[in-house]
Design a protein around this ligand. Structure first.
Ligand code: PRP
Length: 212
């Protein structure tokens, strides 16, 4: 049987996922000593880990070239559609927030506000639900710069510790929702390799609860 392929978001989520696999008892040496390799065997070749950027994890799982994926709820909310979200992994915890210059009343005044964000769909959805008309500008990184440079009135971004906001004179205006890492599964894989996938999901769930 060919190995189950799992797309992993590189970086912070990668470390926590590897720790979870190790807790189950799968050997992850190939990932911890990977060098520049991007497809790595774990658990005695029962699984193959593919390291990718968050949005690409979704693309690979949607297209079925990876059976499973580990990705943040933020990326799912911004991009995701056709796959199953089967488990909240409980790590990678942070929140989506509307933030702006400290002490400034964002909701005052009548002119339409400008929002900078890496997550235009999330930002539009949030303001639509509040019945507010805003202009959304997409920024690729360090979104906190936008209000500092006078490009936007506020930002919609991820807040983890709050340090980036604090060190740049910004503050949370409103929390939009909580975020954490999720396990996602390709729809066809879930049918064709049901047993293996269900076993892995169960193992991950138990390891997460500390039962392994
Ligand atoms: C994220 C987010 C904030 C920061 C929040 O950025 O966009 O900038 O982390 O973390 P904090 O609340 O702990 O300070 P990331 O590190 O992904 O970098 P980027 O914005 O340059 O993509």
């Amino acid at each position: 049987m060919k190995p189950l392929r799992i797309a992993l978001t590189k970086g912070r989520l990668e470390k926590d996922t590897v720790a979870l696999f190790e807790k189950i008892g799968y050997d992850c040496t190939a990932v911890s000593k990977k060098g520049r390799k991007l497809i790595l065997p774990i658990g005695e070749h029962r699984f193959e880990v593919v390291l990718a950027k968050a949005a690409d994890v979704i693309t690979y799982v949607e297209h079925g070239v990876c059976d499973l994926g580990v990705v943040g709820k933020d990326t799912i909310m911004e991009n995701g559609r056709s796959f199953y979200e089967v488990l909240d992994l409980g790590f990678g915890k942070c929140r989506f927030a509307l933030a702006g210059p400290k002490g400034k009343d964002f909701f005052s005044g009548y002119s339409a506000k400008t929002i900078a964000t890496k997550y235009p769909n999330v930002a539009r959805g949030y303001f639509e639900s509040r019945g507010m008309d805003v202009r959304v500008i997409k920024i690729e990184g360090s979104v906190e710069l936008a209000p500092l440079l006078g490009l936007s009135d506020a930002i919609v971004d991820i807040v983890e510790t709050g340090t980036t906001l604090k060190e740049n004179g910004l503050e949370v205006i409103e929390t939009i929702c909580d975020i954490s890492a999720r396990l996602i599964v390709n729809a066809a894989s879930l049918k064709l390799r049901k047993k293996e996938i269900e076993t892995l999901v169960e193992q991950m769930e138990q390891a997460k609860e500390g039962a392994v």
